[in-house]
Structures are given as C-alpha cells and as structure tokens.
Design a protein. Structure first.
Length: 164
C-alpha cells in the first residue's frame, strides 16, 4: 500500500460521505432521528457512529493513544452540527495522511478497543478498514434514503474514479 493510494481512498470516502449528507439534508428532522436503521437506531446515529470511528482510529494511529470511549456518546442533534464536527475531523485526518510515507504505513499499531481488548495491526490495514467500515454503513444509509425517496445515487468507488 502506498500513501497516495490511501489518499485516493480517503478522497473517495469523503466524496461518498458527502453524497449521503447531501441526500440526508433533504429530509426533515424527524426522518433523521427516527429509529429506522438496523444499526445505531437513526440516520443521525449511524452518521455520528461513522464520525466517532474516524476520530477514534485517527487518534489511535496518529497519537498512539487508545481512548476508552468515543467522542460523541449520543447522536449529534442535527445534521448541521454533525457536518461541522466532521469537517473539522476531515481536516485533521487529511493533514495526518499527508504526513505518512510508505515505511510508516508498515508500522504495527498497538491499541486497546473500547471494550478493553488489546489488538495490533499494520497502519495501512487500519486506514483501509476505516474506509471499508464507512462503505458498509453508507450502504445502510443509502438504502434508507432511497426508501424515503432521496437516493444518494451510485456510491461505488469506480464511479468516483470515473468522475474524478
């Protein structure tokens, strides 16, 4: 894995996230907070979970710390509050990614899970997992948005590459 490849994956990750957020912005607050999702209850719950995951993994990788809990215990109250927090996290993540070289991507990262278990993975594996995790939950969100008549459209990586 090369640093530039990871940067492309994160560019895709944010592109797909932004398509979800754009579709979600067409919903009313009740639709964003209703318990209709298979994971994390509401759409805001899933989105907050994704933001938390990005923050948690960045801290584990960049600062070599293992927070014992997530930044936001409850879903953020509004889509605009979530977007504001996520834009700040995105800036931090992008800055971090641009500091990495291929040698660092091969480093072993030791961390504790929020449940207390101890784990170790290569840095590049963790960063790819973070993008993959987002893809999984975006699929759930896209399904719900489509059900509500607000499909985000194609979110495939290859579609992103063709559009870039």
């Amino acid at each position: 894995m090369h640093t530039n490849d990871l940067i492309v994956l994160f560019d895709y990750n944010y592109w797909a996230r932004d398509k979800i957020l754009a579709a979600a912005s067409q919903l009313n607050p009740a639709q964003l907070t209703e318990a209709a999702m298979p994971s994390y209850s509401s759409m805001l719950g899933v989105l907050t979970h994704l933001l938390n995951a990005e923050n948690l993994w960045r801290i584990r990788c960049q600062q070599r710390e293992s927070p014992s809990s997530v930044k936001f215990v409850d879903p953020l109250p509004t889509l605009s509050a979530l977007e504001e927090q996520w834009q700040a996290e995105e800036r931090l993540m992008r800055a971090y990614l641009h500091t990495l070289d291929e040698e660092q991507l091969q480093e072993r990262i030791q961390y504790k899970g929020t449940g207390g278990g101890e784990f170790e993975n290569l840095l590049w594996q963790i960063l790819v997992q973070l993008v993959n995790h987002g893809t999984s939950h975006r699929g759930e969100l896209a399904w719900r948005l489509t059900e509500l008549g607000r499909s985000p459209g194609d979110l495939d990586f290859i579609i992103y590459l063709r559009a870039s």
